[in-house]
Design a binder for this molecule. Sequence first.
Ligand code: ATR
Length: 291
Amino acid sequence: MTRFISVIGYPLKHSVSPDFQQAALDYYKLDIRYEAQEVKTSDLLSAIYRLRQPQNLGANITVPYKEETLHLIDEVDDFASMVGAVNTIVNRDGKLVGFNTDAYGFLRALRDDARFKPENKRVLVLGAGGAARAVCFALLQEGVGSLIIANRTMEKAISLASSLAEHAVNNKISTEIAAVPRQKSKLTEAIENCQLIVNCTSLGMKSSPHEEKSPLESNLITKGALVYDLVYNPIETPLLRIAREAGANTIGGLPMLVYQGAASFELWTDREAPLDIMLPAARQALIKIGG
Ligand code: ATR
């Protein structure tokens, strides 16, 4: 019987997950198809429900459903539950179990590709959605010195900062945590001496209404800082371009995308993810769609 794994999100036109996941499945000659399922909000419940059928091994969940999905499945692993967002579902005999592999992907790319050690560093995170939540909890667990969250909707930044602060107190983590509005004067203050700036907003994403936009102006970016953009299409986003021009170090979202996908692959198949197949397949797919 052919089995299926899907990526569920909306819109999904430019997803490269089907390309690099299928390449990994084919490498092991598995009779499994990885397919994109563009699902409207009104159809999310039935799409998740169908994952319980025996031919379905599970799914990746992407924008904008990572938070909502948490409430539609049967069991959530501890880390995903703490983050409040699920990006991977495994169908265990009709029971849907949710995981979050974004944090793992984010940290692996930070350490292995950008060669950045987060311990005791001062970090600014832009955004407060599902991706930002995974990134912030990952950074907190790595023991960053300060974590500042800036978001267009201030209440979401405050709510994320409160969850992080509660986790820090309960686990005796001494990270300083703050939420700031995205006004220039506040950002200028917050960004001072930051060694890492992470963009978790969708600004700069190709084919979005904000594809030309950077979440930060160039005069705010400090030379020598690391600017990490979770957006992977295009490979050089407007933020990464101005960061490079300002003398900052940069890393884009493609390695994180592949590492989070590799962790999901291992959950579905119990086999080691062939990264040397997945990374080039993702890069090629991105070139094909004009990234
Ligand atoms: P994801 O799962 O990728 O995090 P999300 O939960 O929809 O997706 O979060 C998107 C993030 O991008 C949010 O922080 C959002 O800000 P709001 O919380 O104010 O909505 C941010 N974002 C999206 N469009 C934006 C824009 N035009 N300007 C500034 N921030 C934007």
